[in-house]
Design a protein around this ligand. Sequence first.
Ligand code: FAD
Length: 627
Amino acid sequence: IQDEEDKYDGIWRLSNLGVPVHRDPGKDFLGVSDGLLAAIAKVLKFPVASMLPMDAFTVVRKSFDARKLSKEPRFVYTVDIDVRKLLSLEPRTWDFIYRLKPKVGLVEHMPNERVSGDLISIIDDVKKNHQGSPTRENGSNIGFGSEKSYKCSTTRKPKIAVVGSGPSGLFASLVLAELGADVTLIERGQAVEQRGRDIGALIVRRVLQMESNFCFGEGGAGTWSDGKLVTRIGRNSGSVLAVMKTLVHFGAPKNILVDGRPHLGTDRLIPLLRNFRKHLQALGVTIKFGTRVDDLLVEGERVVGVKVSDSSDKLQSNSQKLRYDGVVLAVGHSARDIYQMLLSHNMVLVPKDFAVGLRIEHPQELINRIQYSALATEVCKGRGKVPVADYKVVKYVYGEDGDPRSNSGAISCSCYSFCMCPGGQVVLTSTNPSELCINGMSFSRRASKWANAALVVSVSSKDFDALSFNGPLAGVEFQREFERRAAIMGGGNFVVPVQTVTDFLENKLSVTSVPPSSYRLGVKAANLHELFPIHITEALQYSISAFDRELPGFISSEALLHGVETRTSSPIQIPRDIDTYESTSLKGLYPVGEGAGYAGGIVSAAVDGLYAGFAVARNFGLYDESI
Ligand code: FAD
């Protein structure tokens, strides 16, 4: 037995285990069901599924697959197998399975270095053991699971200002405070309690608080959101797992660690952020809400602090100068005033590609039917067996200048769905009353009768040039241009211009009484062809027709396009050093998160903040990898 155990020690992972819907307890069940045991037994060619010990298996991922390609809708699992527990069953049987392994192709040996906890416990362990400090995924300097050493600085605590309490600022603050820095978190918007009231006033009375709204305030742009936690930076990477486990520590449900498409919803994000805040305060972090950073204090080409004012004071008459050893700039991409301020310090800002377009809204039932056919009845407003249906579509547009008809053979732009919110609503994300832009949010059950998603087209400097916008903020001016046009087309008061998809495809405005929309501040029929340059409009038309071939029924008289979606990602990047995270044009400044051009979405912004936190801590001697 000992020989056997030595041979088969560890965890093996089985992936792509399909369980048909009728054999699965449903989307909310994350344990090992009889249906899953049967799927495992089938892959392992183990004759009697019921003899497999349930406790040998842990579900690490569960997703729902209703793609037309699969024979029938099914849940797809990834499962870890504790080999020792199987050995206790019948070593010879396991020997048989082991020999089978190369043929099965689905079984792989898991490395043992998995992230065991949330950031707080990881840093705690690092401090206790004086080893295992984080290294980055590429192995360079910060990350998770390496065997490097740690020391606490005995000198004065470095005073660090973190500007912005979005995911990047929160995670940077957490790491820095846990590692012993004296952190002040400065946020122009309000804490979630007051922010909720301000957003309520916006929706009910059309009062836009310029400093407390869907973009600004505690938790950043992602608080009143769908809270999707999907990311393109690798679901299983140590840093993403650490972020997810930290969210669970602060109150997110554990299923986000397993769900293939995890999301929280606004109702869960608000208490989570309150817990996050309390933890930071318990660590000694000073949090200043309603305080806007207006300028940087620079001495001898180094940032030595910030100039702040009460954010309700437009004249900045009560401004204060606060001195810090380092400033983490985590302001998101709606803080356009900050970009302007950085330029006044001769900082280098590099224009970046992003995407603009429209937000499409369908009845959720229609999307359920398109995606699930007969199974659509199982959705039951988010309480059913299968998740509320979503979609993700992308189309590359070929041809010169984006004109899909010229067919030159070169990809000129891509059109794709972005930030799809099943069971959600369209919301106003303007930060200025003369500009109109929108996005989507939902609650955890995704129970509303609407499904919305942005359909956006990638744009680059040639698009900005065409409208005579140049210089580092050309992309910002490009965004602003369409936000202003949309505000005018809506007729003011945050009314959103809309057009049915069928009319948009035919470039006409036949419907003056538009179908209903989830957008609460009112919609007005308009010809959205008048919004964008022609090649963007044509790319949208062309792609929508292609999406309808993929999702038959996508083109529908019930589908309504809303204008305008402009803030998909940052229009600039602030160059920084790859190891120290310090700005390459201003010492002492650490640009992080989406606004700095290093993230797109809640999780990637949190991960960037986390790494920045470690980098800043290292720069100030709070830990040292070299001993
Ligand atoms: P932000 O979250 O933008 O935070 C920046 C913070 O800095 C803000 O709180 C702002 O008030 C503050 N700030 C700005 N300037 C100053 C200043 N001068 N002084 C002091 N404070 C300042 N992403 C997802 O992954 N999933 C989703 O489901 C999702 N849905 C979204 C829905 C909506 C409505 C919106 C608007 C965004 C959504 N996003 C979503 C995007 C996501 O919110 C962002 O990618 C993410 O929040 C970026 O994090 P960040 O920390 O870099 O910046």
